[in-house]
Design a protein around this ligand. Structure first.
Ligand code: C2E
Ligand code: CA
Ligand code: CA
Ligand code: CA
Length: 275
């Protein structure tokens, strides 16, 4: 038994070493990525469930590394966060996404909303509000056309000061969405205290629709509760017609997913939209 313990220890320490080496490599490559234009932003459209009108876009960061190949956000965003690089890179995404939305609005006259994911590290940065205010001015985009997506993880500590900051952002006119709803420590009591505009139901619930005997009431009750709180409900990860029909029938406001379009370069998306 003692021996087994030793082996197990060795296994874990080797495993950890690999993980650490990997993240050092990822970090080193990431520091160069922006200079070498290895990072890009893909955009996915969101549609009104009832009318199929384009509601706007979500900006999603992409990294195609010359050394590491295509790296998924789930792998490199945590490294950006650990190293603080998420602050300049996040600001870059924010500016680029606002610019694309402004250009799109000028070109088409549509009142599209750009949704941008904000890491807790960015959100808690003392310059965050000042920075986005100046970017919005610089780009000349009205704040109502920007939606900041935050996750429940942001609320774990300093709940009151986070709420204050959300209020400040909303006073500015920026929209706030709670992303990945249902995956965290979701409690309806705290939801009522949050100054937000939109609830994005996590993909795992949307996947459940396809299961034959799925707990069908879950989506219906999230939607009715959210509507009672005057929140817009977005379903993400919609992949099939059956899901579209189900979500539309249950009064979901907005739909997003591969069924409509995969995230892609803005140029290509525009082409697809016939713009
Ligand atoms: P998220 O914000 O929940 O984004 C939705 C994810 O679902 C995206 O993955 C998107 O490509 C994927 N998706 C959309 N529709 C479908 C579908 O129909 N089926 C399936 N299977 N997937 C779908 P992605 O692009 O890999 O991003 C993963 C996560 O990385 C995001 O999750 C977000 O938390 C984070 N992320 C991405 N870009 C940024 C960024 O610029 N800043 C920050 N802070 N986080 C980002
Ligand atoms: Ca998101
Ligand atoms: Ca999400
Ligand atoms: Ca997610």
């Amino acid at each position: 038994a003692k021996n087994g313990g030793k082996n197990q220890y060795r296994f874990y320490s080797n495993h950890m070493k690999i993980e650490i080496n990997e993240s050092i490599l990822v970090e080193a490559e990431l520091r160069e990525a922006l200079n070498h234009q290895e990072l890009s932003i893909h955009y996915q459209p969101l549609y009104d469930a009832g009318t199929s009108t384009l509601r706007g876009f979500e900006a999603l960061m992409r990294w195609n590394s010359t050394k590491l190949g295509h790296v998924f956000p789930d792998k490199f965003i945590p490294v950006l966060e650990q190293t603080g690089l998420i602050i300049p890179y996040g600001e870059w995404v924010f500016r680029e996404a606002c610019l694309e939305n402004k250009r799109y609005q000028v070109k088409t006259g549509a009142r599209t909303i750009m949704s941008i994911n904000i890491s807790p590290i960015q959100f808690k940065d003392i310059h965050f509000i000042k920075n986005i205010t100046s970017i919005l001015q610089e780009v000349d985009l009205a704040p109502e056309f920007v939606e900041i997506e935050i996750t429940e993880s942001i609320l774990i500590d300093q709940f009151d000061s986070i709420v204050e900051k959300l209020k400040e952002l909303r006073a500015l006119g920026v929209r706030i969405a709670l992303d990945d709803f249902g995956t965290g420590f979701s409690s309806l009591s705290y939801l009522r205290k949050l100054p937000i505009d939109t609830l994005k139901i996590d993909k795992s619930f949307i996947d459940d629709i396809l299961i034959e005997h799925h707990p069908r009431m879950i989506i219906a009750s999230i939607v009715s509760m959210a509507h009672e709180m005057k929140l817009e409900v977005v379903a993400e990860g919609v992949e099939t017609k059956e899901q579209v029909q189900y979500l539309t029938k249950h009064n979901c406001d907005t739909l997003q997913g591969y069924y409509f379009a995969k995230p892609q370069l803005f140029e290509l998306l525009e082409e697809k939209l016939g713009v």
